[in-house]
Write a protein that binds this ligand. Structure first.
Ligand code: EPU
Length: 422
């Protein structure tokens, strides 16, 4: 029941180092199921979602140890290919064990993820693509169960470049018999990172990071070591915080070329951006211009950048339009921003944001990871005190956001609230 107490903070200064990318780390962990032995992963963030993925892997039979700044994952020969409801319900990304388990064991039983705060989140693209490789699925009692003697390579065209569906098929195809081509594949940097890890394990993959990935299946993979790429969404959060508060910070271990769309939008809003090798510097006077933005699959503007950016646009001069093209229901945090005085109207998948001179501190609840970050950022520029509850959502994706923002000069603390049963 922790909560964050956020107060107006003034300009941010200093530097902040970003962790490894959550949305790569979780898939790298799942990929360790593909071979027997111990793989070592560096820069895996110490966040709640990684802890949940560790539990998923342990339920399947792997051993996960964090020591000396790295995660060692030991996968035995025999696995229990089941991802139980209790864990998948906590984190839908657990579903990415489906591809590796089908490839390695020929059998997987994974709880169906269901909807979440973004609205309905189907898995049809995953199942269709794995079906093309020869897996047969049945679904009952809330679980999807897949079987395949040995997966066989195929040409697969995804209906939509789904990020985790691409991950699942990639991890399945590396051990399939023969060659697989994934058309309309997701192009996220995290997909490329996963492919690079698989290649280091002995997989044969060409074209990862483009919309056409070719895989030549191999009989066996071997354990290896890998360093996870930096988290572009975490980097974005600190850049947007500085754009809002004013000041100048350096975001260390950020890859500017992976964040082009965001950086262009921030420049259009009136901030200064300097691209450095392995870092990004931002300077802002805290006065922002309105812009229009529409989310798209990578290399388009990421849906995960949008909640913090909408918080920033809520105090920009003029009217902005933010369109959500990935998750129809990803607007819940807007009601919370309105409670803080933001003037935002939603129409279908568009949000019309009329900048106001100032936000007003209030008690608000984080509905999901990025929305939670948006409310924290809003609190940094709101009059009075903002209390953000539901911080367990923020903990899922951010390591020590309170410590990192405090180091930059933000006035934010974490409080533990004890609740007593009646
Ligand atoms: N979709 C389908 N059918 C499917 C799969 C996806 O219709 O079988 C639709 C979705 O409903 C959505 C669109 O395709 O409308 C895009 O979804 P995608 O599958 O690409 O998203 P995801 O793989 O489930 C990942 C990240 C999200 C991020 C999105 C978009 C992970 C673990 N999650 O989700 O990250 O928002 O890609 O880039 O990689 C977060 O980090 O907070 C987060 C939500």
């Amino acid at each position: 029941m922790d909560r964050f107490v956020v107060r107006p903070s003034g300009a941010l200064r200093g530097s902040v180092r970003v962790e490894g990318a959550k949305n790569s780390a979780l898939k790298l962990m799942a990929a360790c199921l593909l071979c027997e032995g111990t793989s070592r992963l560096r820069e895996i963030p110490d966040i709640a979602d990684v802890a949940i993925m560790s539990e998923v892997l342990e339920a399947i039979g792997a051993e996960v140890v964090r020591a000396d700044g790295q995660l060692s994952i030991t996968t035995p020969m025999a696995l229990t290919p089941i991802a139980p409801y209790e864990l998948v319900e906590k984190m839908r990304a657990s579903f990415v064990v489906l591809g590796p388990l089908l490839a390695r064991v020929g059998h997987a039983k994974v709880s169906l993820p269901g909807g979440d705060d973004f609205g309905s989140r189907p898995i049809d693209i995953h199942l269709h693509a794995l079906g093309e490789l020869g897996a047969k699925f049945t679904s009952e009692h809330g679980y999807v169960e897949g079987r395949a003697d040995r997966l066989v390579g195929a040409r697969i065209a995804l209906d939509f470049p789904s990020h985790t569906a691409t991950d699942n098929v990639l991890m399945a195809a590396v051990l399939a018999k023969g060659s697989t081509v994934i058309e309309n594949a997701a192009r996220e940097p995290e997909v490329l990172d996963l492919a690079n890890f698989l290649i280091a394990m002995g997989a044969q993959i060409d074209g990862a990071g483009t919309s056409r990935i070719e895989i030549q299946g191999v009989d066996e993979l071997h354990p290896t070591e890998h360093t996870c790429i930096p988290d572009r969404i975490e980097a974005a959060t600190y850049l947007i915080a500085t754009a809002m508060c004013g000041g100048a910070i350096k975001v260390e271990r950020a890859i500017a070329t992976d964040m082009d769309m965001l950086l262009e939008k921030l420049i259009a809003m009136g901030v200064e951006i300097e691209r450095l090798p392995g870092a990004i510097r931002i300077g802002s006077e805290g006065r922002l211009h309105s812009i229009d933005v529409a989310t798209l699959p990578y290399p388009g503007f990421a849906t995960d950048y949008k909640p913090p950016l909408v918080a920033a646009l809520s105090i920009a001069d003029g009217v902005s339009i933010a369109s959500e093209n990935l998750f129809a229901g990803r607007f819940r945090y807007i009601d919370e921003l309105r409670r803080m005085g933001a003037d935002i109207r939603t129409e279908g998948h568009h949000a019309v944001i009329r900048g106001v001179p100032a936000l007003s501190g209030a008690q608000v609840r984080a509905p999901d990871i990025r929305a939670g970050a948006a409310l924290v950022l809003a609190g940094l520029v709101a009059d009075g005190e903002t209390i953000v509850t539901g911080v367990e959502h923020i903990d899922r994706g951010y390591f020590d956001i309170v410590g990192k923002l405090s180091n930059l000069g933000a006035d934010i603390t974490r409080e533990f609230v004890e609740t007593r049963g009646q």
